[in-house]
Write a new protein. Structure first.
Length: 237
């Protein structure tokens, strides 16, 4: 009886999809290596600038600018255990796509990466501002200031929303009118926002042409002089 060796057919299915943002400026001169992302580094995203130890392949967060020597290629989560990862050791990368470590100087990090043939290139951001690889200290401080101001603004908006007076639970007032009130004065059940109505009325009073007339201030009363009138010539002679 002849043997039978069936030929299997490969099939594919999609388990989901995702798109990597453009991290690399081009595909030339790219060098990658495997690494071990340490637990202390925490969850790291693609594009994070990190420190790679070629002797142990351990990958950690740089403590100083000169530690920076690689860029993470894939999102990696080492919170449960040391996680294998892939890193870029060479190539050209976009300044708006890399993740800068902490409060370290962007200019010094760029210089450290350049020494290991990782080039960070300045790009134009979507709002028209230039993402610089080597900003001055004043430029870096002003950029951080914008972020802090926006954080404070977001906190203020959230606080105002939390403090805003909420409408108390209530039934429709109309159902509590008497039959006579329903017929003659149904407006008694209208719900008014008194606070805003008072503000609107106050604003209306401030509109041009709505100023109240100035108070009437009559001129001060001057009593008649007690000085006798001048005598006419020949009078009383």
């Amino acid at each position: 009886m002849p043997t039978y060796a069936p030929i299997g057919k490969a099939t594919f299915r999609s388990e989901g999809s995702f798109t990597y943002y453009e991290l690399l400026s081009d595909g030339d001169d790219i060098v990658t290596s495997p690494g071990l992302l340490q637990i202390a580094a925490g969850i790291q995203k693609r594009g994070a600038i990190l420190k790679w130890d070629p002797a142990t392949t351990n990958v950690t967060v740089p403590a100083v600018e000169t530690d920076a020597n690689c860029i993470l290629a894939d999102d990696t989560d080492p919170t449960a255990a040391i996680a294998p990862c892939n890193i870029y050791r060479s190539g050209k990368f976009k300044a708006d796509a890399v993740i800068w470590p902490g409060a370290l100087s962007h200019a010094l990090i760029t210089d450290a990466l350049r020494k290991v043939t990782i080039l960070i290139e300045s790009v134009m951001y979507t709002d028209g501002s230039l993402v610089k690889t080597e900003p001055s200290q004043a430029e870096a401080e002003n950029a951080r200031k914008v972020i802090e101001e926006n954080k404070q603004r977001a906190k203020d908006v959230k606080k105002a929303a939390e403090e805003e007076e909420k409408i108390p639970p209530r039934d429709s007032p109309y159902t509590y009118l008497t039959e006579d009130e329903k017929e003659k004065s149904p407006e008694l059940a209208d719900i008014h926002d008194r606070e805003n109505e008072e503000k609107a009325a106050a604003e209306k009073e401030k509109e041009p042409g709505k100023q109240p007339p100035p108070p009437h201030n009559p001129p001060p009363h001057t009593p008649p002089s007690k000085t006798p009138p001048p005598r006419k010539s020949g009078e009383g002679d």
